[in-house]
Design a protein. Structure first.
Lengths: 117, 117, 117, 117, 117, 117, 117, 117, 117, 117
């Protein structure tokens, strides 16, 4: 049970690969570090996708999101990176990743990235 | 009144088969068992459909959902199975089944499956 | 003022018949009786329409909905019947009737019927 | 299953009579008739009590509330009557009955009655 | 049915005068005129009371509140006046009148007056 | 400052006439009189439009809406009239007027009218 | 990780036994069986307490609540039983257990039990 | 109409000085400047009081709050200052001033000051 | 750290210029001055855009919005101006600016401007 | 600006030490590590206090809460520790610290600690 953060996303077989359906995973438990000030940032991450041959194993998704905890990451960049990593691991029919960040400088920011565009 | 869980879905005649209209049934009273840990999972199930010649009898729907109580079921798989069983029983013009699961590992998951795609 | 429930829907002249516009009437004050158990059911009824030459007089609509109070009615059937009666009385350009029923057997049901389809 | 409305409230033994604890039952499914106009009224009824030696059996409570469906009843009067009937049947340590009525004449009314005062 | 605004509040007999209980009437349909600018003001009025020998007849309450429609009235003054009129008509055990006014000059105001203090 | 209700709507120059953009004005401060009973009605009015060469001056809009205070007006009719008056004064690219009325006879009504259709 | 439901509640040492403070644990993941019909019931359970020398280990609390999954239990009885078991295991300064049950027969029920009374 | 910000609070006669009642004024339109960074801060201000012989004139209250727009002010200090100024101008029976500030550094702050303590 | 309001918007390189994705920034911290009365106005500003080669640096956006604090600005005009300035600085694929203003004269106004139209 | 997490809480002089008033600071930006699994936990922290001679400087409070980011901490223990540290630094008249934790094992936990008890 001493689990570790990991960038490995574990794909598992889609039990119904012949049908296009939607899976959505969201969590308020995402934190990384501002590359300019070194201070923590916090976001809710939402991953919505139509799986291809693979779906994501939930525990590996949790460890993957944990792996950003000490990484410096700009809002726009990390959202694109999460999408790219998930697309590489799962090859989904389509996927949208949205990040919704707690207020900085009085401004609330969200970023939404989709594949394919 | 000593009713039993049952996989039998009772179709009854659609009283207005000549018109396409929408029926939605939702319930927070769905529970099954995680196939990996054996622990209970909980979901809200929403069934939205345009009936063909048959609509579903509500009591049989209740007993059908009850029948998953002690079954091991992955989120994605059981949602597809519920859709498949209802489509087989009712032959609807169209149907969407959505499951919305309580948090596991800090992640909230929903699955949405439609027929026809 | 001793008004009575009535199936008569009073059409009145649309004051702006040359323009398509939308009227929506909704009320949580609908009750009828379950045809199988004889027990009361309760619903919110929403009627949205684009009038033709006639609009519905509100008091007659109230008495019309009251008239179901002691009638046995399945959810799907009564929603279609309300739509049919209103279409017959008003000949609208279009109309949608939605019923949203209080929970029975742990299941919450809505029915939505439109004219023309 | 052909149940009937009934003024009989069935008391059942309190399984923990030696401890003061609170039970609250609420339902939006209450309707009666305005004694002046004969038109239907609708209310949400909330019953909160500390039981004595008896608690109320839920099905009998449902049939009891149903029994007002065709009765003429002023808001203030019927709320007191429900309290009196429940106190007579259960002899609770304390009880509060609240009724919350749908709008009449643009005015929203609630009535709250307690025993003992 | 051609009713008129009226300052007459009609008391009717409290059906349960031997018990202290609470009645609350609230309505968003109150409007009067600003004594300084002549422009309309709007408020939600809430009347909560423990009746003595009399309760207020709802239609007369509606006509009473209507009677302020063309009257100039400061927020603090009219709230006190409504309380005074109701206390004079009903002689309640206790009563609180609250007015909640739509925004003027960017400021939202409420006034709450009780009898006895 | 002794302003008066007025049917005059003051158009002012659109500061960006070369671009289609949306302006929405809404207010809960609309009241008129029921033509059948003489009793007050209350509504929230929402005006959404894409301006042409003119936008509406807000104070004149306020005085315009005030001018209905003592007018008898059916829900459907007055909504059309407000749209017609605003279209005549502003010649917008498009406009939608929605009125959302407080409950009468247990029924909540909204009316939505657009130009052009 | 193949955990099992268990009635064993694991007490662990209160890290600040010299101070009265409040801990609240709530979960919507409680289900048991109606002793009369055999059908599943669902509730949200809230446990609020001021610990004495012990606090409850969260995993054991989860397994404890799981242990009711196939047990027949009346609403009032099971709430008292949960309180009794927790008081026996933890000997808290004070504790309140509340259960909030999904609708049965159109009626929503909550039960709230405290120790000491 | 070219009004100016002003620290003058205009007291006007309480129309019902013989009775203790509550007036509450709140507005989200308060802004001042951080004394350390010179950057704007924003707050909702709520003033609740039981008037003595005087109530506050609303327009003067608006101009008073406006007067802080270019002033440097710590959260705790300005809240006390507003209370002190209002108490000096009105001599109320009692008063509470609450400020609720938009997030700074990820932290949301409120300050609540009362007279008398 | 003694920052100053500034009309300079700092563009920074889009880390993923080859993909169309959406960024949304919103803040309730916008205030300017009414050009007719000199009194403060308050709005929430929302900026949603698909970046081209540049994204906006958040601190410069904050200082930019601050720069309107003492400027006279009509609702419709300032919304267009903010869009124009951001489009000039960032050359986005598309952008929508929405302003949502606190109530003036009882009327709540929003303005929504997009590029390209 | 390269700030660092720090356990140092900076007290600053209370500008109104002669009056008891309440300050509340809350933030959803708290994270620490589960001492048993090493996995991140997340909480909203609320600090409400009546200051004595000192109030807390907000930036130091932010850095203080940040300092728990990589620390192992049980829910009950860390809440007591935060209270103890703040009481040691500020010597407040009274203080309550509440932590509200994201779901673990299906259970939502809050802890509330006060000084003096």
């Amino acid at each position: 049970m001493p689990s570790q953060p990991s960038r490995e996303l574990t794909p598992i077989d889609n039990p119904h690969p012949g049908r296009n359906y939607e899976v959505t995973c969201d969590t308020p438990e995402f934190t990384c570090v501002c590359p300019m000030t070194g201070q923590p940032d916090f976001a809710t991450v939402t991953i919505a996708y139509v799986p291809g041959l693979k779906i994501v194993e939930l525990k590996s998704l949790k460890l993957y999101l944990w792996s950003f905890r000490n990484e410096g990451a700009f809002h726009e960049d990390v959202t694109n990176q999460i999408l790219n990593d998930l697309v590489a691991a799962l090859d989904p029919v389509s996927m949208t990743v949205t990040t919704d960040w707690l207020v900085r400088g009085g401004i609330h920011t969200t970023v939404k990235v989709s594949h394919p565009q």
